[in-house]
Design a protein around this ligand. Structure first.
Ligand code: PEP
Length: 253
């Protein structure tokens, strides 16, 4: 039985004061329920303050990125997995489409980040998904396979026993254009079947999140899909009432 994960990616937003107000409002509506894990991923400078604020609330802390290097050292501007653990992180996003598109992260680099996360005892949330061009030219499954294969080749199928995959069609992120229930379920079933070729049990247990303009009014239908185990939420995670309504949809699913 897979639990749900509702993860808020705050992206490069926030301030000490705004984050405190947001996280307090979210915490007020979260109960410690085994069925759903609630996660917030603030910008790195705010991990410490948000982490302190969510202690004892049942909300988990995650980072938006990490350095691929296995050991600390001369990598100016980068953040090592051990630092994220120090600050109380449990999860870290790897390969978000904004990192891939705007900062040139290749499949190979994402695979190294995935490895670095697990070596540091963080749970990677691997983000994969196709662009609009790729979908319209019928390449969705090929793109998902390629992005998964990079991780499988580097880390092996066993690595997915302690990882999460987020299917995030690039054309749905921040656009207000959500994948239909059929598109989401079909992509998720495909991801699970690709992993099942390597290990059926691991594929069955891995949590697959949908991300891309999830809102309070579409979360319930997305979460009702057999292979959707929660969501990676950008814009809507910055509004406590909206984010809590998405959480409620996961609880009710
Ligand atoms: C995201 O940032 O991963 C995301 C899915 O954003 P949004 O929910 O705003 O589309």
């Amino acid at each position: 039985m897979r639990s749900y994960l509702v993860a808020g990616n705050w992206k490069m937003n926030g301030s000490l004061a705004a984050n405190a107000a947001l996280v307090d409002a979210i915490a007020a509506g979260v109960s410690i329920a085994p069925k759903v894990e609630m996660l917030v991923c603030p910008s790195s400078p705010y991990l410490d303050s948000v982490g302190r604020r969510i202690a004892q609330t049942g909300i988990f802390l995650g980072a938006q990125d990490l350095c691929e290097q296995p050991v600390q050292g001369a990598f100016t501007g980068e953040v090592h997995s051990s630092m994220l653990i120090d600050l109380g992180c449990r999860y870290v996003l790897v390969g978000h489409s904004e990192r891939r598109a705007l900062y040139g992260e290749s499949d190979a680099l994402v695979a190294e980040k995935f490895a670095a996360a697990q070596a540091g005892k963080l749970i990677p949330i691997l983000c994969i998904g196709e662009t609009l061009d790729e979908r319209e030219s019928g390449q969705t499954e090929a793109v998902l396979s390629r992005q998964l294969l990079a991780i499988l080749d580097r880390n092996g199928i066993a690595a997915f026993a302690n990882a999460v995959v987020a299917y995030e069609p690039v054309w749905a992120i921040g656009t207000g254009r959500t994948a239909t229930v059929e598109q989401a379920q079909s992509a998720h079933a495909y991801i699970r079947s690709e992993l099942a070729k390597n290990d059926a049990k691991i594929a069955d247990l891995v949590r697959l999140l949908y991300g891309g303009s999830v809102k309070a009014d579409n979360a319930a239908s997305l979460f009702s899909c057999e292979d959707v185990d929660g969501g990676l939420i950008g814009g809507a995670s910055l509004k406590a009432t909206e984010f809590l309504a998405i959480y409620a949809a996961a609880l009710a699913a």
